[in-house]
Design a protein around this ligand. Structure first.
Ligand SMILES: [Zn+2]
Length: 264
């Protein structure tokens, strides 16, 4: 919970009840109502989540590891708490939070890359999260790794069913598979080149003012020192100077961004 100036008022974490949509929905609604009771007033409610709410049908999609997938979560939640809500993908919330008062404060166009168990991406433009026509704007992890070598092609099978997605090369587990075979240093050398290729396609298409990195892999300093000089090999500009920086708010960026969804 944030106050009108964006200061943190309350932070509370509960486990998601898995398996039963009704129980998970009730837990979410009660969580929100209890926070409002503590605040002593109604609050605007923003929800950040994996996957998306299909703008056409209102149904949650691509949120595979949650009990909310395939359900009309937004409509059901609004009925239970008696007010409107705003939803956004958690990577978009991450980008928004960092753009508003994090590492990318003051930047107009921000790409947020979450390099963790998977690879997520989100875009904030002028302090607003960009959803897109299908709610998938920024879903860069499920595009193919650019400029694959013969050895890389066609790439591992992804959770989305396709071959060679960036997620299969730039996630934490992907880097650890390499580490187990070739050692940490060689694995990181390979990793930063793949990440430079993956970021280059973002720069060629979106040309963001900054790329902010979160997720478990963001702790590796090599991402900030070794990727920028490699961009020159791949970006369609002779001297690319896109800053690549570590997120300021860490794991909290997703929920902070969700709380900011009503600000714009
Ligand atoms: Zn994929």
């Amino acid at each position: 919970m944030l106050d009108a100036d964006g200061g943190e008022v309350l932070r509370r974490r509960i486990a998601t009840p898995h398996g039963d949509y009704g129980a998970a929905l009730r837990a979410l609604a009660e969580h929100i109502l209890a926070a409002e009771k503590d605040a002593g007033e109604r609050c605007s409610v923003g929800v950040g989540m994996p996957g998306l709410i299909d703008p056409g049908t209102g149904i949650v999609a691509n949120a595979y590891n949650t009990p909310y997938n395939g359900r009309a979560l937004k409509a059901d939640l609004e009925k239970m708490i008696g007010q409107k809500t705003r939803f956004a993908n958690d990577a978009n919330c991450f980008a928004l939070s960092e753009a508003v008062d994090g590492a990318a404060r003051g930047m107009a166009v921000v790409f947020g890359a979450i390099l963790g168990t998977g690879v997520g991406g989100g875009i904030a433009v002028e302090r607003r999260a960009l959803d897109g026509r299908h709610g998938i704007a920024g879903e860069w992890g499920h595009t193919p790794l650019p400029w694959m070598s013969a050895e890389e092609y066609p790439g591992p099978r992804c959770t989305c069913g396709r071959l060679g997605c960036i997620e299969q090369f730039c996630s934490g587990p992907a880097k650890n598979r390499d580490r187990d075979v070739m050692g940490e240093d060689a694995a990181m050398t390979r990793y930063v080149d793949r990440l430079a290729r993956a970021f280059s396609s973002i720069i060629n298409i979106l040309d963001p003012d900054m790329i902010v990195v979160g997720g478990g892999m963001s702790k590796h300093d090599g991402i900030y020192s070794e990727v920028p000089p490699l961009l020159r090999k791949y970006v369609y500009h002779r001297e690319p100077r896109t800053p690549i920086v570590r997120a300021m708010h860490g794991d909290a960026s997703g929920v902070r961004g969700a709380a900011m969804l009503w600000d714009a």
